[in-house]
Design a protein around this ligand. Structure first.
Ligand SMILES: NC(=O)c1ccc[n+]([C@@H]2O[C@H](COP(=O)([O-])OP(=O)(O)OC[C@H]3O[C@@H](n4cnc5c(N)ncnc54)[C@H](OP(=O)(O)O)[C@@H]3O)[C@@H](O)[C@H]2O)c1
Length: 311
C-alpha cells in the first residue's frame, strides 16, 4: 500500500468519525421528532470530548441544515475538527464550475475557508467520472479543499477517478461506501481490497446498518417510518447475529452490540462514521475503540453475517 500523502494522512490516522445525515433530515430520520438541535449538539460535543475529530456531512443532508448546524457548533469549540462534505452530481448540474459553486455554498454554510475532504456523493448520471475528478482537482488547486474523495464508486470508477487525479498530482483520498455486517458487498466484490492497494481510505457509511445492529429493533419493535418498511424482510432473520454480537461483547468486558459491530468495521481496515442523534449514542459508539476483536471472533461474525444475508 502506498504511503499516504500529507493531505490525506489524517484519514489514515483516524479510526472513527461522526456522521451528520440525521442533522436536519426529516424524510429518513424524523428530525424534530424524538431529537432536537440540542440533542445533536450534545452528541457532537460528547464525540469531540472523547477524541473524535472528523464529521461527515453533505450539502443535501437536511437540504443544507446539517452543514449549517455543523457551522454553528464549530464556532463554539476550540477543538480542531476535520470536516468532510459532499457534492451531489444532480443531472441538471454538470460541468466543472458547478462543483466549485456548490463547494463555495458548503463553505458559506459551514463558515469555513476550506473543507478537509470534499467528496462526490454518487457517481454521475449525466457527465463523466473523469469530468468530476478534474473538478475535484480544481477544488484542491483553488485552495477550497485539502483532500478529495468519492462515494458509492465501484472499482472501475475508483480507478478512473484515481488516474485523472494522479495526472493533476492530487491523491484520491477516500471512497465512502455502505459497509456493515448486513452489507459486505464492497468486501466481496474486491472493491475494499483494491482501494486499500491504491491507498484510498475506505470510509464505511451506515456502519450500524442504520440502527439495526444496535440490537434495539426487532419484528416486535421495528424502526419508525421509512426504515420500518425498508427493513421489514431482514428483521425476522436478524436476531442470531444480534445474539452473537452481544455474546462477543460480553467476552470483551460488556461491550454492546453496537460497539462490537463498529469494531468489526475497524478490524476490516475501514473508517466507520456512525450517526448519533444524542450524547448517549455518541458515547456508546466511542466504546468501539481501544480494543480489537480476535481473528476467531471476526470469522464467527463473518459467518453469522453470511447466514443472515443469505450470501
Ligand atoms: N455517502 C453516502 O451515500 C451515505 C449514505 C448514508 C450515510 N452516509 C454517512 O454515514 C453516516 C452514518 O450512517 P447512517 O446515519 O446512515 O447510519 P448508522 O450510522 O448505521 O446508524 C445511525 C442511527 O442508528 C441509531 N444509533 C446510532 N448509535 C446508536 C446507539 N449507540 N444506540 C442506539 N441507537 C443508535 C440512531 O438512529 P435511531 O435512534 O433513530 O435508531 C442513528 O441515527 C451518515 O450520517 C452519513 O454521514 C453516507
Amino acid at each position: 500500500m502506498p504511503l499516504p500523502d500529507k493531505t490525506t494522512a489524517f484519514l489514515h490516522n483516524t479510526e472513527m468519525g461522526l456522521g451528520a445525515w440525521a442533522w436536519g433530515d426529516r424524510l429518513y430520520w424524523d428530525y424534530g421528532r424524538g431529537y432536537t438541535d440540542q440533542d445533536i449538539e450534545a452528541g457532537f460535543r460528547a464525540a469531540l470530548e472523547a477524541g473524535i475529530n472528523l464529521v461527515d456531512t453533505a450539502e443535501i443532508y437536511g437540504s443544507g441544515r446539517s452543514e449549517r448546524l455543523l457551522g454553528q457548533f464549530l464556532k463554539t469549540t476550540q477543538t480542531p475538527v476535520r470536516v468532510a462534505t459532499k457534492y451531489f452530481p444532480f443531472p441538471w448540474r454538470f460541468g466543472r464550475p458547478a462543483l466549485l459553486r456548490a463547494l463555495r455554498h458548503s463553505l458559506e454554510r459551514t463558515g469555513l475557508e476550506r473543507v478537509d475532504l470534499y467528496q462526490i456523493h454518487w457517481p454521475p448520471v449525466v457527465g463523466t467520472v473523469e469530468g468530476l475528478a478534474e473538478a475535484l482537482a480544481d477544488a484542491v488547486q483553488a485552495g477550497l479543499a485539502r483532500a478529495v474523495g468519492v462515494s458509492n464508486y465501484d472499482r472501475n470508477q475508483v480507478q478512473r477517478a484515481y488516474t485523472i487525479l494522479a495526472r493533476r498530482n492530487v491523491p484520491l483520498a477516500s471512497n465512502q461506501v455502505e459497509y456493515h455486517l448486513l452489507n459486505r458487498q464492497v468486501e466481496k466484490s474486491g472493491l475494499l481490497a483494491r482501494c486499500q492497494e491504491l491507498g484510498v481510505r475506505v470510509i464505511a457509511y451506515s456502519p450500524l446498518a442504520k440502527g439495526l445492529l444496535t440490537g434495539k429493533y426487532s419484528t416486535h419493535n421495528p424502526p419508525p417510518s421509512l426504515r420500518g418498511r425498508l427493513f421489514a424482510s431482514i428483521l425476522p432473520r436478524l436476531q442470531p447475529l444480534i445474539d452473537l454480537l452481544a455474546e462477543i461483547g460480553q467476552a470483551h468486558g460488556g461491550r454492546t452490540p453496537s460497539q462490537v459491530a463498529l469494531n468489526w468495521t475497524v478490524c476490516k481496515g475501514t473508517l466507520p462514521i456512525p450517526g448519533a442523534k444524542n450524547a448517549a449514542q455518541a458515547i456508546e459508539n466511542l466504546g468501539a475503540l481501544g480494543w480489537r476483536l480476535t481473528p476467531e471472533q471476526m470469522q464467527a461474525l463473518d459467518e453469522a453475517s453470511d447466514r443472515v444475508t443469505g450470501r
